[in-house]
Ligand binder design. Structure first.
Ligand code: NAD
Length: 297
């Protein structure tokens, strides 16, 4: 007698994504690609973006009733600009099902955790703070890419109260999307990312903004080469997103900006007195560290 083939249920039955942009859209697309999700519901601020996500097959359903959407969800991903996180959490908290896991993709972790602690009530133990360290300067569902996370690092920053089973489930989903994973304290995450991500964005905006501020800016931009283009690529990123990140991580970021300013001042001094030896030592240290430690892609 022929045996009926039993299909394994997907890892996530019902996924609700708040913010179907670059990150939320790419997560849903990656899970779909690996047949790891049954049904994806998208919630957003822009209907045009959600319609694009549906046309692209990233989401199956658009809802205008997020309260209902989260009631029987297995996983809720919050992938909105950081300034919107608290409002989303407050809205969904009373409606979350007893087993629904909530996670986020925010670029800072301490402020998100404190919002979750204040807003989510009992569901706080099923909230898994996470940050996929992958992205581009693009935004919106049209920029979503199922391969965006492949071979990049996901940081989770669980608290003492976080249910390890919820962490395991969230990690499994991001691993399917191709990510390597690491667990870290939230404050340490914010210090590290202030230096490696948030400061470089501030510097890129400052540099592009400086040239834009001269009376002959149009002409100056015409004389830029690869160096300016490479250094300021990330100044094309979503300004709402980066405004929110800078404010959310202001403590660690201010320290990073102060250290950077001190380094610039040392360089300025060497340039002013024509001290080529000091300048070259500075450049050599930076170049050697980059060659030795920057992961190759
Ligand atoms: P994005 O602009 O591409 O997408 C954000 C989406 O959220 C947009 O579609 C927007 O319409 C929607 N949105 C805004 N407010 C909302 C609300 N109140 N309710 C529902 N939807 C809302 O941005 P992104 O790059 O996908 O970033 C999303 C999150 O991921 C941010 O918190 C960011 O810090 C984090 N992140 C970004 C990157 C990156 O490189 N872009 C990398 C890692 C983490």
């Amino acid at each position: 007698m022929k045996q009926a083939r039993t299909r394994r249920p997907p890892l996530i039955g019902r996924l609700v994504v708040f913010g179907v942009g670059l990150i939320g859209g790419s997560f849903a697309a990656a899970l779909k690609k690996h047949q790891a999700v049954g049904h994806v519901v998208g919630v957003g601020r822009s209907r045009a973006n959600l319609l694009a996500a549906k046309r692209l097959g990233i989401i199956d359903e658009i809802t205008s009733d997020p309260a209902r959407a989260v009631r029987d969800a297995d996983l809720v991903l919050i992938a909105v600009p950081l300034g919107q996180t608290r409002a989303v959490m407050t809205k969904i908290a009373p409606h979350l099902g007893p087993h629904t896991i909530v996670t986020d993709a925010g670029s800072t972790k301490r402020d998100v955790i404190e919002h979750a602690r204040r807003s989510l009530g009992d569901a706080f133990s099923r909230f898994v703070p996470a940050h996929p360290i992958a992205g581009t300067e693009k935004s919106g569902a049209r920029a979503a890419d199922a391969e965006l996370f492949a071979d990049h690092l996901l940081v989770v920053t669980p608290e003492r109260a976080t249910d390890p089973r919820a962490v395991k489930r969230v990690l499994a989903a991001w691993k399917l999307a191709g990510m390597r994973t690491v667990s870290m304290d939230a404050d340490e995450h914010d210090r590290v990312l202030a230096l490696t991500s948030h400061l470089p964005h501030v510097v890129a905006y400052a540099l592009a903004g400086q040239i834009a501020g001269y009376a002959d800016a149009k002409r100056l931009f015409q004389y830029t080469g690869g160096g300016f283009r490479d250094t300021t690529r990330i100044a094309s990123s979503s300004t709402e997103m980066w405004r929110d990140i800078c404010i959310a991580n202001r403590g660690a970021l201010l320290k990073a900006v102060d250290d950077y300013t001190a380094g610039l001042a040392r360089m300025r001094k060497a340039i002013a007195v024509g001290n080529g030896r000091t300048l070259e030592k500075f450049f050599n240290q930076a170049r050697a560290a980059r060659a030795k430690w920057l992961p190759k892609r």
